[in-house]
Design a protein around this ligand. Structure first.
Ligand SMILES: NC(=O)c1ccc[n+]([C@@H]2O[C@H](COP(=O)([O-])OP(=O)(O)OC[C@H]3O[C@@H](n4cnc5c(N)ncnc54)[C@H](OP(=O)(O)O)[C@@H]3O)[C@@H](O)[C@H]2O)c1
Length: 340
């Protein structure tokens, strides 16, 4: 093995962002190599998965994980290979998925946040369909949304990481699936390439009119990734006993004011519907079981996973902002280093 470097390139938070992230808020620096403690391994990061929730961790205040503090490395999930280990569970060469942060090297131990995966695994899908994205899509649609054969499922951010998997699983279950996305290209992609029944462009289409056209029996399950006006429009078309799965509200993450409540929530009363939020992390105990189901679908060609790559830590700001501008199709992943 070649000698380890003496510095660790990393992205640290300098100032809490307002609106979209920029290089005024974060800085790339050569920090010290992380020190490996007892029962810890040192991992060289190869890829980092970018999640919308990373933006919310940069705000002050408690979310479901504590905020990243000024001067700290920006939190993110990543994967790489062990280069040195004091941890009995990990050996040099093992592939680890963990809370890498936006940095070239990280330490981890054998806990809830880190796991070893099979030798020879392709890393990108581990950060998308076989990672928290796949778990989120599956748990949200099946456990929270209780989608059933013959029902109409609508999913927003349909061409994104989570939405693209939700729609494909719903199709496999025998649902009618309508995606909502921000460009005609993404709308074509989810219909032509992923097999959705129809798609609606939230930027250019009349949402209410298109929901009426494409959901003639109304909407039984709405998998909401975006909140805001899209959520309100779908609530306007909710079916009797409809379920709204609150997965994310990306339209609000960069806003300084809370958005107004969705006026059409009132339909949930007359139509005996419900809205329920969830956090995929709470369902981590089901991760191995769900991953196996997803693996079966991928290997049989029934579900596709799509990744959108950015190159190097220098692309961190662009990679995170892609989720908010809609520049991505599929899971955003930063390639940090080659396996060599
Ligand atoms: N609850 C959980 O445990 C959990 C876990 C993971 C992710 N999430 C949430 O799931 C959602 C999707 O995350 P992801 O990582 O899969 O991201 P993603 O869908 O790959 O990317 C986000 C997409 O959101 C759309 N978008 C951005 N701003 C929008 C706006 N103002 N109005 C409408 N659409 C907008 C964009 O697509 P268009 O081009 O279509 O506009 C963008 O591509 C996020 O809200 C995230 O926080 C929740």
């Amino acid at each position: 093995m070649s000698a380890l470097p003496t510095t660790n390139r990393r992205i640290v938070l300098r100032e809490r962002p307002v609106g979209l992230l920029s290089w005024d808020h974060v800085e790339i620096e050569d920090g010290p190599m992380p020190e490996m403690g007892e029962n810890e391994a040192l991992v060289r990061t190869e890829m980092i998965g970018i999640d919308a929730t990373m933006r919310s961790w940069l705000n002050a205040g408690e979310g479901y994980l504590p905020a990243v503090e000024i001067g700290e490395v920006v939190r993110a999930s990543g994967a790489g290979r062990v280069v040195a280990s004091n941890c009995p569970a990990y050996e040099p060469g093992d592939i680890i998925i963990g809370l890498s942060g936006l940095q070239e090297y990280f330490t981890c131990t054998d806990d809830l946040f880190s796991s070893k995966v099979a030798a020879g695994s392709d890393i990108a899908p581990l950060l998308s369909i076989y990672g928290s994205t796949g778990l989120t899509a599956y748990v949200g649609l099946i456990d929270i949304g209780q989608a059933k054969e013959g029902e109409t499922v609508v999913v927003s951010a349909a061409g994104g990481a989570t939405g693209s998997i939700v729609g494909q699983i719903a199709k496999l279950m025998g649902c009618r699936v309508v995606g909502i996305a921000g460009t005609d290209e993404k709308c074509r992609f989810v219909v032509d390439e992923l097999g959705f029944d129809a798609a609606i462009n939230h930027r250019t289409d009349d949402l209410a009119a298109k929901l009426k056209e494409h959901c003639p029996k109304r909407v039984d399950v709405y998998f909401d990734n975006v909140g805001g006006r899209v959520l309100d429009a779908v609530l306007g078309r909710i079916a009797q006993n409809g379920r709204v799965v609150l997965c994310g509200s990306i339209s609000a993450y960069n806003e300084t004011h809370k958005p107004p409540g969705p006026a059409n929530y009132i339909n949930l009363i007359s139509r005996r519907g419900r809205m329920e939020g969830f956090i995929a992390l709470d369902h981590w105990d089901r991760f191995p079981e769900i991953t196996e189901v997803l693996r079966g679908w991928v290997e049989s060609g029934e579900v596709r996973h799509v990744e959108h790559f950015f190159e190097g830590l220098e692309s961190s700001v662009d990679a995170l902002n892609a989720l908010f501008t809609g520049a991505n199709t599929g899971k955003v992943i930063i390639r940090v280093a080659d396996p060599s």
